[in-house]
Design a protein around this ligand. Sequence first.
Ligand SMILES: Nc1ncnc2c1ncn2[C@@H]1O[C@H](COP(=O)(O)OP(=O)(O)OP(=O)(O)O)[C@@H](O)[C@H]1O
Length: 879
Amino acid sequence: MAEGPSPMMAQYLGIKADHADALLFYRMGDFYELFFEDAAAAAAALDIALTKRGQHEGRDIPMCGVPVHSHEAYLNTLIRKGFRVAICEQTEDPAEARKRGAKSVVRREVVRLVTPGTLTEDALLEARGAAPLAAWAEVRGEGGLAWLDLSTGAFAAMPAARAELAAALARTAPRELLLGEAHAADAEIEALAREAGAVAATLGPASFESGGAERRLTAQFGVATLEGFGAFSRPEIAAMGAVLDYVRMTQGAAAPHIRPPRRETAQAAMAIDPATRRNLELTRTLSGAREGALLTAVDRTVTPGGARLLETRLAAPLTDPQAVAARQDAVAFLRAEPELRARLRAALKQAPETARPLARLALDRAGPRDLGALRDGLARGAEAGALLAAADPPAALADAARRLGAPAALAAHLAARLAESPPMALRDGGTIAQGVDAELDAARKLRDEGRGVIAGLQADYAAQAGVASLKIRHNGVLGYFIEVGAAHGPKLTALPDIFRHRQTMANAMRFTTDALADLESRILGAADAALAVETRIFGELRDAVLAQAGAVADAADALAEVDVAAGFAELAEAERWVRPVVEQGAAFEVVGGRHPVVEQALKARGEGAFIPNDCDLSGGAAARVRLLTGPNMAGKSTWLRQNALIAVLAQAGACVPAEAARIGVVDRLFSRVGAADDLARGRSTFMVEMVETAAILNQAGPQSLVVLDEIGRGTATYDGLSIAWATLEHLHDVNRCRALFATHYHELTALAQRLEALAVNTMAVREWKGEVVFLHEVRPGAADRSYGVQVARLAGLPPVVVDRAREVLAALEEGAHAGGAKPMALIDDLPLFAAARPPAAAPAAASPALDALRALDPDAMTPREALDALYALKSAAGD
Ligand SMILES: Nc1ncnc2c1ncn2[C@@H]1O[C@H](COP(=O)(O)OP(=O)(O)OP(=O)(O)O)[C@@H](O)[C@H]1O
């Protein structure tokens, strides 16, 4: 017999139809239940049991559920695995539903859509990391990216054409990227989102339409025009509007706290593309860990907001020397005031987070502890502000001190009303302090007195019944009741005028009395009355905070700024770093530079001191491009990267690990380090490296800094050498940028004679009893040999292989000197080497590969043409 769905199932299916792309958490009592495919997907993702409940169209309905009280942990897992979750609550009392008839279903509605970019709960967020929501829009070839951190209200937009989107996403690191329908199936954009760690979501055209977007924005911020916030372009407005629309769609009726948008420009920050960020391990190591990355090595902040700001600053170093100097002044001031710094940091350490509680308050998702955090965070912040203000600090800190002090009255207002340690939930009672409200105090007194009276009643009843062990207990089902052991039950049953039987348990009997029932209703009434007053005052306090939301958010920003400056000062002092000169122009002069991460690692492992090295790329009399040779393990990569990291730190406003440094602002930073396969995108090691190298040759300009480590090693020797050769020439002649170039191709050192701004350096090593000793010193000149065989021996290659390699090497070298005739017999015995004869001399311009390379104009090529050219190059070089 085919029956239609049950009324409840009909309701479920109706709601689910509106949320096809999300898992539906359907509230049933104390559980969120999932059905059908949702249940199967969630059970697998959460590793929980998949069960059945009833039938639909003749088949069992798969079901699983998570308890409401612990659902956040499950949500967390689902969101991390890329799901979106629609939370569907019961929006009426079941008693109301019953009034409509026995079969009627409790009304339910989706009150919120939980997505990776719209999280606000502490349980779902990393304290020290942001999880912004971004949207990208394109209008007539122009692009705009907007991003919002809903957990703090920070909102910004910047221009980002398609070609710049990767860098913009890498800088803002969104968790979720909203796209218009035109980009819904755009594999390239989706790949960029994935690479940046974001889940892509598609919105309809109405969300992105810039007229509607502008109306939404002006309404949100209560202004007639957006011009007061910045000169936003159409695509930026469209993207911001889409973000707002998505927040409206996902957050239900609540009005989020969103701060007026900031307009950022690509030029204001050093451009660092995703590959460079990865290679330099700015915030994560190549393996994805935080430990070992620059961020972790320089993080001395003591507040979550400070940690998040530090990450933002390292992700977007400034390009305006004056702005850098303002940050440096703050660091220098706090460095020179160790006592003040210690007191400030102590105050900050005690300051709970305020930005996220504020956001939760606005979304009506806050509990009493969020108000407690605001009270304490604002008070500690105001203390820190007062300490600072009294010390006559430089402009940036004076401004922070002012902002920290602004909500002091609000902090006092909260302090005067909130209980010392507020409970988890409002309904637990005890949010509001004693003495704040007469009605509340009276209700509490009644409730507490009632409890006292119960203690008295227990003694009376024990005496009347003659049962010393008689107890008055309380549970959620029966309320207050009298309990005696089963053996004593008859003594109470014998007094029916006093005791009424309620329940017989295995070992106990339960009773009630008129007096107890009366008392209970008075206690309950008093507790309800107290809760009603607490709820009202909580609402008033919430309104008071939200009325000053701007000032509270400004204070949270200021706290983070002070924390970052004090952290940098602490770091500089502990690690003996210096304030670099950051200026216009193309200077790059580092004296005694060190690698911040390697130095700390050496220290931690007790492996001796890090050897400092200079680096001068200032041009003029000095070189602009440096070619570095030296054996494996000699420290080439370390030197290359340390100079790039010094530029990042300097422009982020920090001190740098060096004795002295002068940096002409770097507008774009590029780094390629022996590339890895990108199997996900179907590219080989060599292909990845060439794509990345092409990006550099096409984009680097005179203000850029380029760091290239062993370009061309992923292919046959001649091809690799030719590509490295041509790349170096192009950087020198065409890009005219500052560059560091490490290579194993010693042949390249010959170029120094022809390229006037190229200098050659080598990593010093000493040979001792046939072993190589690394001195880790960068010296002028070229390496005499590569010591590869010795290093292989150090690595534990079997002695027979090392000995054989020595033989082959000797023969090859002899052959090279003697013109290559005699040892060919030996080499021909070794199939491995048959294909790669040693170079007879530096491959001069006669190489067809080189000629072909020179003739290329990468700017004018499509990716397809570039790939074809690459194949042509390879076969030319193979001739
Ligand atoms: N300046 C230095 N002072 C002390 N130790 C150093 C220094 N530079 C590098 N090292 C040590 O040497 C190790 C190897 O350095 P690095 O990886 O830079 O060598 P490399 O020349 O790039 O090697 P390869 O060519 O194999 O990639 C580092 O991990 C570090 O422990």
